[in-house]
Design a protein around this ligand. Structure first.
Ligand code: ZN
Length: 390
């Protein structure tokens, strides 16, 4: 043990001294910088009442950088409980330490590195070595948040995300779970999510869809893009083939395909996608179908821009706006006695039921308006989402 410091002087370790020159030159550790700058900066140290000491006597770090083994022992049991591939360290220091450091670094012209940064980096490297997991500064599976005020920690376990496309083959389930409903009520979200949650031993799940269809609308063709997110997963290396097979063989009216692992930013990009969609609609007429008049009406709508005020049925969820939407094409596929099947290709976000029934004049023009008699959609399917410029 060295002797106590003289009254009025404060100890500083070589690392914390070196860190005050953290922005000077690259390829050096702060310990090396400490040695390099000792000859040129030594006088200033002394003039300001500092003396180089061992780590434990350092007025900034208090020997913190010697405690990595202790911290590791503290968290290792919890680290062992979950599967992760990448890791990052974050930290909270007490305000006094940060202020003491700032005052010290000011003496040398504020060209230093913050103790938090050095700690996060160095303890991150240490954890990487001990666990064999790579550091990831952007989207780590696991973030270890060290609170150095209380020698405590918190683990942040990143959600696991899987991208895919789904088809919904039934007309009685919503895309996502309804709040206030039991989780046992089926939805596209729960049919995929329950299986994925079990596989990953996660806490909860959420489905993020690239738009949504109504409960009574089937989603066919090439399927709709989605990302299923499971929170706080214990397992990450799960078989997506198995997930797909289990969902599809469950025959619950949802089929998934094109699965791949994804990340949070993919959620934003699929949510923002604006692809044309093609629909097949069965239309109900009040009397017999006037085939000639129907063909006239569909031809009039093809290639036209329409104006849709937010439908009454969704006005509690969406703001009341008038949206201009491009109707690319409308064609008649089949004519029955009082029904007809038509095919529509329209810009993303077009309300198809309202395009047909006119929504009491809120959609203009509409098929009802051009045909001259009230028309209703009996059933509707999304048959293709034009994702690839097709
Ligand atoms: Zn120190």
């Amino acid at each position: 043990m060295s002797s106590p410091l003289a009254t009025g002087t404060r100890g500083i370790c070589l690392r914390c001294f070196g860190r005050a020159f953290g922005k000077e030159g690259s390829g050096f550790t702060n310990l090396e910088r400490g040695s390099n700058f000792l000859s040129s900066g030594g006088d200033k140290l002394e003039q300001n009442g500092y003396v180089i000491t061992s780590d434990e006597k350092c007025s900034i770090c208090n020997g913190l950088f010697q405690n990595f083994g202790k911290y590791y022992d503290m968290i290792s049991a919890d680290l062992g409980k979950i599967e992760f591939n990448t890791i990052l360290v974050g930290s909270t220091f007490d305000q006094d330490t940060l202020l003491t450091e700032a005052a010290f670094q000011e003496i040398f012209g504020n060209r230093g590195e913050n103790i938090k940064r050095e700690f996060n980096r160095e303890f991150g490297k240490y954890l990487s070595d001990r666990t064999g997991k790579e550091a990831d500064l952007v989207e780590p599976d696991l973030t270890v948040l060290m609170d150095l005020r209380y020698d405590s920690y918190k683990l942040q376990n990143r959600s696991i995300f899987v991208y895919g496309t789904y088809k919904k083959l039934r007309r009685d389930i919503p895309q996502t779970r309804w709040i206030h409903r039991r989780d046992t009520d089926a939805s596209v979200e729960s049919i995929i999510g329950e299986i994925f949650r079990e596989l990953t031993e996660s806490r909860n799940y959420f489905l993020h869809g690239a738009g949504r269809e109504d409960v009574d609308v089937r989603m066919l063709g090439n399927g709709r893009e989605f990302i299923i997110e499971c929170t706080d997963p214990v397992r990450r290396s799960v078989s997506l083939d198995f997930l797909k097979q289990t969902v599809n063989e469950g025959k619950q009216g949802v089929e998934i395909d094109e699965l791949r692992f994804a990340n949070k930013s993919d959620v934003v990009s699929i949510k923002g996608s604006t692809h044309d969609k093609s629909y097949r609609a069965t239309i109900k007429f009040t009397g017999a179908v006037n085939a000639e008049q129907l063909r006239y009406a569909t031809e009039k709508l093809s290639g036209k821009d329409i104006y849709q005020r937010t439908p009454l049925r969704v006005s509690t969820r969406r703001s009341d706006l008038i949206r201009k939407k491009g109707i690319r094409s409308v064609s008649v596929e089949e004519i029955g006695s009082d029904t007809a099947i038509i095919r529509i290709r329209a810009e993303a976000g077009t309300y198809i039921k309202e395009l047909v029934n006119g929504d009491e004049g809120r959609t203009e023009p509409s098929l009802t308006q051009l045909y001259g008699e009230p028309l209703q959609v009996n059933s509707l399917d999304v048959i293709w989402i034009h994702r690839n410029g097709d």
